[in-house]
Design a protein around this ligand. Structure first.
Ligand code: ADE
Ligand code: ZN
Length: 348
């Protein structure tokens, strides 16, 4: 790895746009919350749980991820989980983050969406005071029927109004294969009518056709992962022309065996074709690293140069769901840092 460039990236201001807050739950906190809440886990130690993080595909990960989330019962649990992420993000010089949460994982255990959002919100408000701006995106679980997503959306309606500044969009996650975006056309149409931002996981394990469906049927503003788009030149051209961003998560892709070697990752090819890609952590507690570790892994494997790293960072800021004025201010800070001696204070 190029240590100078890695150090420059580490301290660069950046946005993270693909992070499942339940995927930031470290084993230590899972055990602490299990004890606090009297929840029994299938693993008898932190080491045993960590040892189970040997995934073979997306589903093998999701099974453990949903089991880990079972310790979240009270508002305070969501707060503690989110504050731990806020601290890790600040340590990586993340200045803006857009966080996913999976309400259906919690409502099926009798935990209301309002409880989850209140706990996440109070930690994000604390993050704002410490210099991390943020948005929250409610994701539907695609392995469940669309009727469940519609019910979840209706339940969340008052929250979209109450937390207007924070809860700004909906997304689609969980088991991709066999659950195409077309299954969720109606609920996304409702979210669009309400003026919410729209994102969907597509082209992670699923084919390029799923990315087309996310664009054409769900009318998403961003695509999560989308790394299999490279298999279809027409799709790559469409993404590049429209500047619809792909929120790429390298360590996730390696751990879930989307690529068997980081050197085979499609990120650089997508970047070369003009697609707006950037780097994110997805589920950092499960995949071995927060956002900077993801930058280092891809920098090392694909031998990215200074200009390519700058583009990834800039794409993260430009693809954020913030106002134009906020976007311009974020990019100006990155420019001052990147081109001005990178002392972290933006000196020119
Ligand atoms: N939920 C959490 N992480 C996910 C991923 N990488 N893909 C789909 N659903 C997820
Ligand atoms: Zn994800």
């Amino acid at each position: 790895m190029n240590p100078t460039l890695a150090d420059k990236i580490a301290r660069a201001p950046k946005a993270e746009l693909h992070i499942h807050i339940e995927g930031s739950l470290e084993p230590e906190l899972i055990f602490e919350l299990a004890k606090r809440n009297g929840v029994t886990l299938a693993y008898d130690s932190i080491d045993a749980l960590r040892a189970a993080y040997a995934f073979t595909d997306l589903q093998s990960f999701l099974d453990i991820y949903y089991a880990g989330a079972s310790v979240l019962l009270h508002e305070r649990d969501f707060h503690d989980m989110t504050l731990a992420y806020v601290e890790r993000a600040l340590a990586d010089h993340v200045t803006h983050t857009e966080i996913f949460f999976d309400p259906q994982t919690h409502t099926e255990r009798g935990v209301s969406i309002a409880t989850a959002v209140a706990g996440i919100e109070s930690a994000l408000a604390e993050g704002e005071r410490r210099g991390l701006t943020s948005k929250l995106i409610l994701c539907f679980l695609r392995h469940l029927p669309e009727e469940d997503a519609l019910k979840t959306f209706d339940e969340a309606l008052p929250l979209f109004d109450h937390y207007k500044h924070r809860l700004i969009g909906v997304g689609l996650d969980s088991s991709e294969r066999g659950h195409p975006p077309s299954k969720f056309e109606r609920v996304f149409a409702k979210a669009r009518e309400k003026g919410l931002k729209l994102v969907a996981h597509a082209g992670e394990e699923g084919p390029p056709a799923y990315v087309f469906e996310a664009l054409d049927l769900l009318k998403v503003d961003r695509v999560d992962h989308g790394v299999r788009s490279m298999e279809d030149p027409a799709l790559v051209a469409r993404l590049a022309d429209s500047r619809i961003a792909l929120t790429v998560c390298p360590l996730s892709n390696l751990k879930l065996r989307v690529f068997d070697d980081m050197a085979k990752h499609t990120l650089k090819a997508l970047l070369d074709q003009g697609v707006a890609v950037m780097i994110n952590s997805d589920d950092p507690a499960y995949f071995g690293g927060y956002v900077n570790a993801n930058y280092f892994a891809i920098l090392d494997a694909l031998k990215l140069n200074d200009a390519e790293c700058y583009t990834l960072l800039k794409n993260s800021l430009e693809a954020s769901f913030v106002t134009d004025a906020e976007r311009l201010a974020m990019v100006a800070k990155l420019d001052a840092y990147w081109h001005g001696g990178h002392n972290g204070h933006g000196a020119a």
